[in-house]
Design a protein around this ligand. Sequence first.
Ligand SMILES: Nc1ncnc2c1ncn2[C@@H]1O[C@H](COP(=O)(O)OP(=O)(O)OP(=O)(O)O)[C@@H](O)[C@H]1O
Length: 261
Amino acid sequence: MLLSLEGLEKRFGGVTAVSDLSMHVRRGSIHGLIGPNGAGKTTIINLLTGLYTADGGAITFDGTSLVGLAPPDIAALGIARTYQNVRLFKGMTALEQVVTGCWLRRGVSLWASFIGLAEARRAKKATEAHAMALLERVGMAGRAHELAETLSYGEQRRIELARALGSDPKLLLLDEPTAGMNASEASAIGHLIRELRGQGLTVLLVEHNMGLVTEFCDTCTVINFGRLLAEGDPHTCLSAPDVQEAYFGRRHDADRIQSLR
Ligand SMILES: Nc1ncnc2c1ncn2[C@@H]1O[C@H](COP(=O)(O)OP(=O)(O)OP(=O)(O)O)[C@@H](O)[C@H]1O
């Protein structure tokens, strides 16, 4: 396993957002993390990236415990993320946005960059070439020099993906990458994620789009109220009675509503 969560706990005052949760993500897989609104998905992403600290349990990534590590240390170990809402910088081109994601690669001091040393100039060129290759990977090389805010929503999502790839992650956490997209845009993102997996990346995909999960995920974890409902292959998980109930209500409620019609 590339990532294992065991007995994870997170509380906010009286709210238990994640409770005794275990989850396993195989290296080289696309793993879906699904659950109704408020189930605890974003909290898990925030725990994995060090934004939140767990109240209990273990998180092991590539053989290293992540509990208590700060976000930059976790990023340096090889975890990158995108956010639920597009978070690009205003006034920057697509290429510049992706360059900002390559900070772990630069290895040149800010001072050297500032005074324009030859070494810093070479590093800048190499970083830009790498960022351009990442734009190519997400199908956006042709828009590299356009301001990100002038691009369509789907294109901005792709730029975010390229920026997250800038740190050469082993694991990419995608928080609802297709939110607000139509079916064909969402499917294009699914195909892109599959291509990235083909290049050796492992992906944890938080999604509400069940079609996308069943089509593109190898495995998934379903949670509700911060607790595990099911883990395994997407078709089996989604047809489990507990999962059906979490999404569609109790069977007898459905029968009662039907009888009232
Ligand atoms: N910083 C916080 N402070 C207090 N409560 C929080 C905080 N973050 C999350 N919660 C609570 O924890 C629970 C899980 O929230 P979370 O955002 O992780 O769910 P989610 O599955 O990502 O939901 P959605 O699909 O709507 O994004 C909710 O009850 C939420 O109100």
